[in-house]
Write a protein that binds this ligand. Structure first.
Ligand code: MRU
Length: 332
């Protein structure tokens, strides 16, 4: 099964509803930029590169309502405000707005749709190149630990961290994955496990607190995760819990790689301390599948992401190769 989280149907954008996986595989039709903003906010579409592509389509749908550049920019800002951490959203929206600004024959929805389709295809191509570069650092028969979902669902297709897994597995079917559950939203259990089980890539699901145990037992050979924003010094924001995995990996001398396209790198930020971390709804922590799991009224804090300092990162796998975090500045 080829996973296409975002597709242009010819008249609307079709999104796989990622809030329903693994219970149901359903799609949602998006016809307006406001519907697209809601889909991003509600995480029907999620994952840094995927929300970038969705944002690009959002701008194109906005052009059905106005072709005035100033108003289109406002629509772009509205889309960008849906989720603050993943810079791919800002990158793709800005790419669309700049493209629109350069259209000397005039802005049309069709032209912006065509550009959004190009951004989508370009992301798949980048992910495949990330996969090929990443496969070179996966030892034969390796067990790869990953956190959250940085797979086909989180991109336009193929994936970043799971792109590395896919490419490595294609060369060596003895490669396997340990997937962290990823509380609170369980992207590892619900999405990563779903993708890998469907594809027949061996995957073992563990809860977030278990990674140190398996590292100490020598059962993890390397860690590969995605990223939502990488600062100029190589600090990388990713799903909450990633930093803890990185600390455990360092304590056990296990290589820790971040896989991400250049669209995730934010050279305007000197360090990860400047990355805005999304605060999410308390219910994500207090409830699982709609059921309260703690005493009512307990204090809750729910940051969606954390930042792994560059010193914990062995390498950043991008479409142009594998870079030391300290050398990122030369790669971009
Ligand atoms: O909150 P989410 O599910 O959008 O968070 C996703 C992640 O943190 C991914 O690891 C990241 O976006 C990389 S996706 C290739």
């Amino acid at each position: 099964m080829i996973i296409k989280p975002i597709e242009w149907t010819g008249t609307s954008v079709k999104l796989i509803d990622q809030t329903k996986i693994p219970y149901e595989y359903t799609t949602v039709e998006i016809n307006t930029y406001k519907e697209m903003a809601t889909a991003i906010k509600d995480m029907i579409v999620r994952g840094a590169p995927a929300i970038g592509v969705a944002g690009a389509f959002g701008v194109a749908l906005g052009a059905r309502e106005t072709t005035d550049l100033k108003k289109l920019k406002e629509i772009g800002e509205y889309l960008k405000a849906t989720r603050p951490t993943a810079v791919n959203l800002m990158w793709a929206v800005d790419k669309q707005i700049n493209y629109a600004a350069g259209l000397i024959t005039g802005i049309t929805p069709d032209k912006l749709i065509e550009n959004a389709v190009n951004i989508l295809n370009d992301d798949i191509d980048r992910c495949k190149r990330i996969g090929d570069h990443g496969a070179t650092i996966v030892p034969k028969g390796a067990t790869i630990l990953t956190h959250c979902n940085a797979g086909a669902l989180a991109t336009a297709g193929y994936g970043t961290a799971l792109g590395v897994v896919r490419s490595a597995y294609a060369n060596d079917p003895t490669v396997q994955v340990f997937a962290d559950e990823t509380r609170p939203r369980q992207q590892g259990a619900k999405l990563t496990a779903w993708e890998l089980v469907n594809e027949g890539i061996p995957v073992t699901l563990i809860t977030d607190g278990m990674c140190g145990y398996f590292m100490k037992k020598g059962m993890i050979d390397l860690v590969v995760v995605g990223a939502d924003r990488i600062a100029a010094n190589g600090d990388a924001a990713n799903k909450i819990g990633t930093y803890t995995v990185a600390i455990a990996a360092k304590a056990h001398n296990i290589p820790f790689y971040v896989a991400a396209p250049h669209s995730t790198i934010d050279m305007s930020l000197e360090s990860g301390d400047l990355i805005e971390i999304e605060e999410r709804d308390r219910e994500e922590v207090t409830h699982i599948n709609g059921k309260l799991i703690c005493p009512e009224g307990v204090n809750v804090i729910n940051p969606g992401f954390d930042v792994t300092p560059a010193e914990y990162i062995t390498g950043i796998i991008t479409e142009t190769g594998i870079h030391k975090p300290s050398e990122l500045v030369l790669a971009v």
